[in-house]
Write a protein that binds this ligand. Structure first.
Ligand code: ADP
Ligand code: MG
Length: 259
């Protein structure tokens, strides 16, 4: 990466090689940002790309649980190493560093940003094709500082139909413009429910406006993910890597097409 032009970015560890860094953002918590980060990473890994996840959601880390990853972070003089999931995805998360992972993290913004910076330059991300960053929720100070410190290739905005999507998209677009980071597209989660009995799609939260909103901002809809209770169950059981159809094939292909 060329870091000369934007020297406010933190340099990654000198032993790291990271080809593409993509941040996943949302307007608020609970819309499925981590799930989308996880599913994207699984789909990308299945394309044969060496994939990493930097869990920047320090106060609500959920990636290790989703992957059933409990391994210990190991390190040496040169830096620390991410923990590898069963499927070969490299993960760094606050959850892997806390002695008791159910302890709440109650730090304030500047400390949190400092931890994310350490995840970026104190960890050795070896030969990573795609690094997905599960951002802190919202468009406030903490995600902004994270965006300022890590040089991103693009961001993906996760929304759900219950939200004021246009407002969230507008905020995220402004944030991305300020940071001069391209928006790669929108992902609508909990988009619909496919009835196992009648086979019909039900729009539980009302009709989706994601396509119109995307169009009005000149953005792409990368994926629409249905509400799937089995998906939530697999994530709770740490088995996201056994999900057969991640709904992310097209989305991931679009990212690869940009290379
Ligand atoms: P966030 O990271 O935005 O806070 P999560 O990804 O942790 O949200 O999702 C919140 C909860 O909702 C999790 O328990 C997750 O398994 C569940 N969930 C998210 N998306 C779906 C979906 N499409 N179908 C079923 N459950 C979902
Ligand atoms: Mg989360």
């Amino acid at each position: 990466q060329d870091t000369r032009k934007k020297d406010f970015h933190e340099a990654p560890n000198e032993l790291s090689t990271i080809r593409h860094v993509i941040a996943v953002v949302s307007g608020k918590g609970g819309v499925g940002k981590s799930l989308v980060t996880g599913l994207m990473s699984v789909a990308m890994s299945r394309k044969g790309k060496h994939t990493g996840i930097l869990d920047a959601d320090i106060t609500g880390p959920s990636i290790p649980k989703m992957f059933g990853t409990k391994g210990e972070v190991r390190g040496n003089q040169a830096g620390a190493y991410p923990v590898r999931t069963a499927g070969g995805i490299e993960v760094v998360s606050m959850n892997l560093l806390l002695e008791n992972s159910t302890d709440p993290v109650v730090w304030r913004g500047p400390i949190i940003s400092g931890v994310v910076k350490q995840f970026w330059h104190d960890f050795i991300w070896e030969d990573i094709d795609y690094l997905f960053v599960d951002m802190p929720p919202g468009t406030g100070d903490v995600p902004l500082t994270v965006m300022q410190s890590i040089k991103l290739d693009g961001i993906i905005i996760v929304t759900s139909p219950q939200e004021l999507v246009s407002m969230i998209v507008e905020k995220a677009v402004k944030m991305a413009e300020g940071m001069k980071v391209p928006i790669l597209g929108l992902v609508e989660n909990m988009s619909y429910f496919e009835c196992p009995d009648c086979g019909k799609r039900h729009e539980i939260f009302g009709h989706s406006h994601i396509e119109e909103i995307a169009k009005s901002y000149g953005l792409d809809v990368l994926a629409r993910i249905p509400i799937e209770p089995q998906l939530a169950a697999k994530c709770d059981a740490g088995q996201i890597e056994t999900v057969a159809d991640t709904h992310m094939q097209d989305a991931v292909q679009k990212l690869l097409d940009r290379e």
